[in-house]
Design a protein around this ligand. Structure first.
Ligand code: CP
Length: 317
C-alpha cells in the first residue's frame, strides 16, 4: 500500500476487517517487520487518539517514530507557490516535504480543512503535496475531507458489536459551539456505503454533506424518525458544506443532542462518537456513560486500524 487516504485504498473491505481482527488477536506478530524503519507523523492540528494510537501501532510493528508538530517549534510553512515570502512564513512546503521524506520511510499527515477556501480544502491541497513531493508512502491522519483511520476503526467496532447481520446504522448531526470540518462524517458515510448496512444520515436542513460521500445513504431530516429501530447511533457535528454557508455554524439547537429519550427510539442501540466529544451538546452524560456506549472500544480500535495500514505499507517497501 503506497497511499491511504480513502476507503478505496483499503481494497476488499471484508478482507480488511478480517486482517484487523487477526492483528488485534496477536498485535506483536509482526514486531520485526518495522525494524530499522521510521514513521514520521506530521501534525498541523491537535490530536490525542491519532497521535497515541498510531505511535503505538508503529511500536507494535517494531518501528521508530518521529513526531513533528508543525505549529509548535517548526518553521512556519508557506503552502502556496508563487508567493513572495516576505511575511512570517520562513520555509516553503516544497522544500520542507522532501526534506521530511529524507528522514523516514512512511509519513502520516494531519491537516484539517481551514474553511478559508472550499476548493483548496476539497482538493486536499496539503495532503496531496505530501503524496506528490515526499517520495514516501503517505497516509491520512485526518485531512480536510476524510478521516479514514477513524472510519476503519468505526467499521471494525461495528463488526465486533453488531447483533444483526445487516445492522441499521444512523449517523446524526448534533450541536457544537464551533465550526467543525466535515471530514469525519464524510469519511464515515463513505465507509458505511462500502458495506451492505442499512445506513441513514439525519441532520437539520442546511447541513447537507457533499453527495460524493453520502452516496446511497438515506437522508432523513426528522431525527426521531431516523433513530427508530437503529442498532448503532453515530453522533457527530459538522459545519455547513453547501454554497456560501461553507464552514459556518447554522444552528446550535440542543433539541438535536443525543439523550436517553432519543435512545429509547432505537433498537437498544450502541452509541458511538469518534471523540473528543462535548458532553451535553453532542450527547448527554447518561448516554455516553451508559453500558450501550462503545466510545472507548471504538477509540481503542484506532490502534488496530493504524496497525493494518502501517503493516501493509511496510510490506510494500
Ligand atoms: N478521533 C480522533 O481523531 O481523535 P484525535 O483528534 O484526538 O486524534
Amino acid at each position: 500500500m503506497k497511499k491511504f487516504t480513502t476507503v478505496n485504498d483499503i481494497g476488499d473491505i471484508k478482507g480488511a476487517v478480517k486482517e484487523a481482527l487477526e492483528v488485534k488477536a496477536n498485535r506483536f506478530a509482526y514486531s520485526e517487520l518495522g525494524r530499522n524503519r521510521t514513521l514520521l507523523m506530521v501534525f498541523f492540528n491537535s490530536s490525542l487518539r491519532t497521535r497515541l494510537s498510531t505511535q503505538k501501532a508503529a511500536m507494535n510493528l517494531g518501528m521508530n517514530v518521529i513526531v513533528l508538530d508543525v505549529n509548535q517549534g517548526a518553521w512556519k510553512l508557506e503552502t502556496e507557490r508563487g508567493v513572495i515570502m516576505d511575511g512570517d512564513k520562513a520555509e516553503h512546503m516544497l522544500e520542507a516535504i522532501p526534506v521530511m521524506g529524507s528522514y523516514c520511510d512512511i509519513i502520516g499527515v494531519r491537516s484539517f480543512a481551514r474553511f478559508e477556501n472550499k476548493a483548496a480544502d476539497y482538493n486536499e491541497e496539503i495532503l496531496n503535496q505530501f503524496i506528490k513531493y515526499s517520495g514516501r508512502p503517505v497516509f491520512s491522519m485526518e485531512a480536510a475531507t476524510r478521516h479514514p483511520l477513524q472510519s476503519f476503526a468505526d467499521l471494525i467496532t461495528i463488526e465486533e458489536f453488531k447483533e444483526a447481520e445487516r445492522p441499521k446504522v444512523v449517523m446524526t448531526w448534533a450541536p457544537h459551539p464551533k465550526a467543525l470540518p466535515q471530514a469525519v462524517p464524510n469519511s464515515f458515510a463513505e465507509w458505511m456505503n462500502a458495506t451492505d448496512y442499512d445506513f441513514v444520515i439525519t441532520h437539520p436542513e442546511g447541513y447537507e454533506l457533499d453527495p460524493q460521500f453520502t452516496g446511497k445513504a438515506r437522508i432523513e431530516y426528522d431525527q426521531a424518525k431516523a433513530l427508530e429501530g437503529a442498532d448503532f447511533v453515530y453522533a457527530k457535528n459538522w459545519a455547513a458544506y453547501t454554497g456560501d454557508n461553507y464552514g459556518k455554524v447554522l444552528s446550535t439547537d440542543r433539541s438535536w443532542t443525543v439523550d436517553a429519550e432519543k435512545m429509547k427510539l432505537t433498537n437498544n442501540a450502541r452509541f458511538m462518537h469518534c471523540l473528543p466529544v462535548r458532553r451535553n451538546m453532542i450527547v448527554s452524560d447518561d448516554v455516553i456513560e451508559s453500558e450501550r456506549s462503545i466510545v472507548i472500544p471504538e477509540a481503542a480500535n484506532r490502534e488496530i486500524s493504524a496497525q493494518v495500514v502501517l503493516k501493509r505499507m511496510l510490506e510494500s517497501l
